[in-house]
Design a protein around this ligand. Structure first.
Ligand code: SF4
Length: 934
């Protein structure tokens, strides 16, 4: 899929630039080929230690997401503002916008105090952006109300590390995968969420067949299927599991007493506490067998080097800190830390969540891993910034911040590079807050996000391929983020926007010397570097020049060092007052919202393989929808059978906070009683009529805002829901190709219509061409005028349209053809012809000869038609049906042979490798089906 491959050919007039992928925390290096106006291709940077030349489906389509035609439609290009809610936003100059913001902020501070201002920013910002936001809030305005979407992502990992090891510093590195003899993956579908790291795991297992892998997860994900031992625990029971593993290690003498004695404190209390976590008790809580629990404990305790990899399954929980700490307890007790191949290694979700942590860009942190609660730390930061003091009162973290906006305590909310109207839990609260705020400032690259609809001021920001600065990945490695294109329209860099408003505010405040006299991101970074001097993350030995000349570097990298430190705590000393790591007693607490008779399903959320977060970027690339084309709630097949549900039936998924209609899909990764909805499906892609007229809000209408008491991270991973079949007999579906310069405009134009039906979704499809698919359902047929309006958006109007209308039955089929091929299709009432018409449109097959069939009442598929089905390999466009056919036609003795043969014949899994786990799953299914048939 990469637009060019090794060895690179750089045609005249094109330039190559090394930068970083803007999606997940693996932090892959990317080489971008551009002509100065357009990104024409990307490939993995073979010299970047995080990916060694590889990219996943998301990274390898970065050039498609930067397509200028798409960008023109999706991007915020000019500042816009409105002075009152009665007005529409209007275009404004940067000068007018900056003056307006400075005036409103100064006036609000004067009337209500600095804590009436709140900043909700993002782990996708660069370190330099983060730094100036933090300084503006805490240094100039004097409020700690600055929090980020990293609160939804990594704050439990931060709290877990600090409680036990004394600092927010992941001790291991990617290379440790190659040295481990046991990988323990907990609460992470690494194959989907960190695909390139997973490629490294696959390679390590290939090289070392003795490398065992245990996976603990409520779902049998692609990662879990690959495990040597899969512990399918019930949601939220991780603390009990880790305590139980430690109990067995203690009982069987598998702890490292010498390490405990020399390098830790608090073991006696923990030992007493885990006494109660007997195998039988733990197996009962977790819903696994005692035998598997015992095996996992012995594998962990006997390993020479055990490396744990974990992510949101541990973090997004009301016990997130305890889950992290309990796992770290296990590592400390067995001495599995500070040596090659060992350690508790939290995988960061976002590309620069680590950078945000480094600059202390959260409501309870300060620059350079300092704590707000520590007066000395506050004084140090005040001195470094040149201000009198830094406010002592902790700021509001994400959920309390939105509560404070709703209650009127916070008057002005400045949101940057994130989409809380999609991603925060309990969307009712979020939407009420955004409506209630006196002023909502949204600093965004994409004008298509749900949050932009609430903006009083829209500040157009630059994004990947335009920005410059640094990011830090999961293994503490700092990489330069480089621009290759000029900012589009009037978009500005995030740091520049902040600095401009800050300087105007300083003038209004009568400040003589500016705190923000930066003219480049490097100047900001150099100041940030100074704040780390003498701290655990000391980077005083680094510079932009070193990062340029010597490539990405890990911290700490203090002045005088020749290189960064690969692995932490190899000397057994920890950054606590005593120099010893601390065991933390972690009692197991159940999920915040247990299931009951009214809400009997445990709903979990998670990622799709080919999408990223709220999809503002990946959602512009049609081919990234081919693996999971439309929103769905996934249930165990047995639960569908019991409820008489068929694939695609619509169900009401309802929690105590809200409801969302969704099509149902069966998933053999699910345990009975569980439901899964991908985190990406916000109101931009799935919605429907609501009582307040605003439309339903997607997956986070259902999730709950219960917080972890230490990290304040919400429990996005679990909510109790009920699932009831929706009786919506009338169906409507329109899909068709759109001109490249129109596709996202068409999608944006269709979004308001989604609120006019009980259920509606709007997604993209296609590969060489891009199409838009609008699907709706209701309990009665829509007005013909509404249907005609929507059809007209797809060009289905006028005399050129092939029409079949059966008014008596309420069925309609309207088709727009060009040169005998389908261009757009509208189906109302009976939409059964969808299955083959979509593939005819997608494949560009001629349909002119099928005129009578198209106009017959049932429009059944032409003879011999076979559905291609879902695309599994996105790089080589290989569908599931083609894989199944190829497997039926080949004779292979082992799954590995079958995989090799598939790769030779169809090329699937030979490029980015993201589909390899799924190919293995299909091979297994097919061989079991064949064995059953014999
Ligand atoms: Fe980007 Fe994929 Fe690498 Fe993550 S694994 S940084 S999404 S290329």
């Amino acid at each position: 899929m990469n637009a060019f491959s090794h060895p690179p050919f750089v045609p005249a007039g094109l330039k190559e630039t090394k930068t970083t992928c803007c999606y997940c925390g693996v932090g892959c290096g990317v080489i971008v080929q551009s002509d100065g106006q357009q990104v024409v291709g990307v490939r993995g940077d073979p010299d970047h230690p995080a990916n060694l030349g590889k990219l996943c489906t998301k990274g390898s389509t970065l050039h498609l997401s930067a397509d200028p035609l798409l960008q023109q439609q999706a991007r915020a290009l000019h500042p816009e503002l409105r002075e009152t809610r009665a007005e529409e936003r209007r275009p404004a100059s940067w000068q007018e916008t900056g003056d307006f913001l400075a005036r409103r902020i100064a006036d609000t501070i004067a009337r209500h105090g600095p804590d009436s201002i709140g900043f909700y920013i993002s782990g996708q910002l660069l370190t330099e952006d983060y730094y100036v936001f933090n300084k503006l809030a805490k240094g100039l305005i004097g409020t700690n109300n600055v929090d980020t979407n990293s609160r939804l992502c990594m704050s439990s990992a931060v709290a877990g590390y600090k409680q036990t090891l004394g600092a927010d510093a992941p001790p291991a590195c990617y290379e440790d995968i190659d040295h481990a003899d046991l990988l323990f993956i907990a609460g992470s579908n690494t194959a989907y969420a960190h695909p390139i790291l997973y490629r490294r795991i696959e390679e390590a297992r290939r090289v070392n067949p003795g490398l065992r892998m245990i996976v603990a997860d409520p779902r049998r994900t692609d990662t879990a299927r690959d495990a040597d031992l899969f512990l399918q625990i019930l949601p939220g029971t991780d603390v009990a599991l880790f305590n139980g593993l430690l109990h067995i290690c203690l009982w069987e003498g598998l702890v490292d007493q010498a390490f405990i004695d020399s390098h830790t404190e608090g073991f006696t209390e923990l030992k007493n506490a885990v006494r109660d976590y007997t195998p039988r008790h733990v197996a009962g809580i977790c819903g696994i067998s005692e035998e598997d629990l015992g095996k996992a404990a012995r594998w962990f305790g006997e390993a020479k080097a055990a490396l744990s990899l974990y992510c949101q399954g541990l973090n997004q929980s009301s016990s997130g800190t305890a889950k992290n700490a309990a796992l770290i307890n296990l590592h400390l007790a067995t001495g599995q830390i500070g040596k090659p191949g060992a350690g508790p290694f939290s995988l960061t979700g976002q590309p620069n969540a680590m950078g945000g942590r480094e600059v202390g860009g959260m409501a309870n942190l300060l620059s350079g891993h300092r704590d707000l609660a520590n007066p000395e730390h506050r004084a140090e930061v005040a001195r470094l910034w040149g201000v009198d003091d830094v406010p002592a009162t902790p700021g509001k973290t994400a959920i309390p911040m939105f509560e404070a906006v709703r209650s009127g305590e916070i008057k002005i909310l400045w949101i940057a590079c994130t989409n809380p109207a999609q991603s925060l839990p309990d969307q009712n609260l979020v939407q009420q807050a955004l409506r209630h705020a006196e002023l909502v400032i949204v600093q965004e690259a994409y004008r298509s996000t749900a949050t932009v609809a609430y903006a009083d001021v829209l500040l157009p920001a630059t994004t990947w391929s335009e920005k410059e600065g640094t990011v830090t990945n999961s293994e503490r490695r700092i990489t330069r983020f480089k621009p290759v294109l000029p900012p589009p329209g009037e978009a500005r860099h995030d740091w520049r926007i902040v600095v401009d408003v800050a300087r105007r505010l300083e003038m209004l405040m009568g400040r003589e010397r500016s705190l923000f006299s930066y003219e480049s991101p490097e100047a900001i970074w150099n100041e940030h570097r100074e704040t780390t001097r003498g701290r655990d993350l000391d980077i005083t030995g680094l510079s932009y020049r070193i990062l340029e000349e010597q490539g990405p570097q890990q911290w700490p990298f203090p002045e005088g060092a020749a290189s960064g430190r690969k692995r932490l705590y190899e000397d057994g000393r920890f950054p606590t007052a005593s120099g010893r790591a601390r065991f933390v007693v972690t009692p197991y607490k159940p999920v915040a919202e247990p299931v009951d008779a009214r809400y009997p399903f445990r709903m979990t959320t998670g990622r799709l393989r080919d999408q990223w977060h709220g999809m503002s970027r990946t959602g512009t690339v049609a081919q990234l929808f081919s693996h999971a084309a439309e929103p769905a709630v996934v249930l165990a097949p047995i639960d569908m059978e019991r409820r008489l549900l068929k694939q695609g039936d619509l169900v009401h998924v309802t929690s105590r906070r809200g409801s969302q209609l969704l099509p149902v899909a069966g998933g053999d990764d699910m345990r009975s009683g569980q439901a899964f909805v991908a985190m990406h499906w916000g109101q931009e892609y799935v919605s429907g009529r609501s009582a307040d007229g605003g439309g339903s809000h997607g997956v986070n209408a259902l999730t709950l805002p219960a917080l972890d008491p230490y990290s304040f991270q919400p429990e996005l991973k679990h909510a109790a829901v009920k699932i009831l079949k929706a009786e919506l007999p009338w169906r409507f579906l329109v899909f068709g190709w759109a001109a490249p310069a129109e596709v996202l405009r068409l999608q944006a134009a269709l979004r308001p219509y989604m609120k006019r039906f009980a259920y509606a979704s709007c997604t993209l499809f296609g590969r060489e061409r891009t199409g838009v698919l609008f699907r709706a359902a209701d309990d009665y047929p829509a007005e013909p005028a509404l249907i005609a309006e929507i059809e007209a958006r797809f060009g289905i109007e006028g005399a050129q349209v092939l029409r079949y209308d059966d008014r008596r039955r309420g069925n309609a089929r309207h088709l727009r053809l060009a040169e005998g091929r389908l261009e757009a299709v509208s189906l109302a009432g009976d939409i059964a012809a969808e299955s083959w018409l979509r593939e005819y449109l997608d494949g560009g097959q001629p349909v002119a000869a099928l005129g009578r069939l198209l106009l017959s009442p049932s429009a059944t598929a032409p003879q011999g038609f076979k559905a291609r089905g879902r695309v599994v390999c996105n790089c080589h466009n290989v569908a599931e049906s083609e894989i199944v056919d190829a497997l039926a036609a080949q004779a292979s003795d082992t799954p590995q042979e079958a995989l090799c043969s598939l790769q030779q014949r169809l090329k699937c899994g030979t490029s980015c490798g993201s589909c390899v786990p799924e190919l293995k799953k299909i091979i297994l299914h097919e061989s079991m089906a064949r064995a059953e048939a014999i």
